[in-house]
Write a protein that binds this ligand. Structure first.
Ligand code: DGL
Length: 268
């Protein structure tokens, strides 16, 4: 069991920011990554749709004999995780809870902003976890749907992206937040651009970092850490556009991906 891979999935390329942190935190673990590139974005879809997509992906990953699953997508973590995790007998974690935990301990004035997809913000899951952890915090959510396409276009340090960030973040800055959760897989890639707009007094929280730490703790507790004798081997699957995915992955990950395979996810 210990040397089985970890399943990681996302609506597309964004979850690679989470895979990267897992590779850094757990360098002896093999990863099987699935990106649902044919059906991205999840952020404007309903809870029912995101849950049924997630269920298919979990089914696919279970067929690959993973020892646990990380829902690297904030939207799927917010909409589907609570339902789907009860349908399998292996541990499953998402990115929202770890992100909320980091934000709750980072804030000094108790005023926290959360940016994410429409679905993540609408789900209120970050708010719910934050309120559970610290009942007195005030949480302000803001959906930023234009940011994912900008990241995928490669407009990372670009005046257009900065202007859009300025517009999105204005109302959160005016609420006097001191902590901002980057509650979407793509946003850590924009961290420098966000910091330019928010200034140094607002702490930026990347849920991927804490998720990787939580995963390590979970594997330790369940005695599932890899014994790490063989060299690691990561496998990447997508539902469309394998070549484009591979190029993006190679711009983010600390290792080079040689091959990405296409999967017909609808048959799961
Ligand atoms: N991966 C998604 C998330 O973290 C962003 C992209 C999408 O809308 O599917 O919420």
């Amino acid at each position: 069991m210990n040397n089985l891979p970890i399943g990681v999935f996302d609506s597309g390329v964004g979850g690679l920011t989470v895979a990267k942190e897992i590779m850094n935190e757990l360098p002896n673990e093999n990863i099987i990554y699935f990106g649902d590139t044919a059906r991205v974005p999840y952020g404007d879809k309903s809870r029912e749709t995101v849950t049924s997509y997630s269920r298919q992906i979990v089914e696919f990953l279970m067929g690959k004999e993973v020892k646990c699953i990380v829902v690297a997508c904030n939207t799927a973590s917010a909409y589907a995780l609570e339902t789907v995790r009860h349908e399998v007998d292996i541990p499953m974690i998402g990115v929202v809870k770890p992100g909320a935990r980091t934000a709750a301990s980072a804030t000094r004035n108790g005023r926290i902003g959360v940016i994410g997809t429409e679905a993540t913000v609408r789900s209120h899951l970050y708010n719910d976890y934050l309120k559970k952890l610290s009942p007195n915090v005030s949480v302000f959510g803001k959906a930023c749907p234009l940011l994912c396409p900008l990241v995928e276009e490669g407009w990372i340090d670009d005046p257009v992206t900065e202007e859009i960030l300025r517009r999105y973040l204005k109302e959160l800055i005016e609420k006097d937040i001191d902590t901002l959760v980057l509650g979407c897989t793509h946003y850590p890639i924009l961290k420098n651009a966000v910091a330019k707009v928010t200034g140094e007094n607002i702490r930026l929280v990347n849920p991927a970092l804490e998720t990787a730490r939580e995963l390590k703790k979970l594997l330790e507790e369940k005695d599932l850490l890899s014994s790490g004798t063989a060299p690691v081997k990561h496998c990447f699957y997508v539902s469309d556009g394998a070549d484009k995915f591979r190029d993006f992955a190679n711009s983010i990950l600390p290792c080079e991906i040689i091959e990405t395979k296409d999967v017909n996810i609808k048959k799961f």
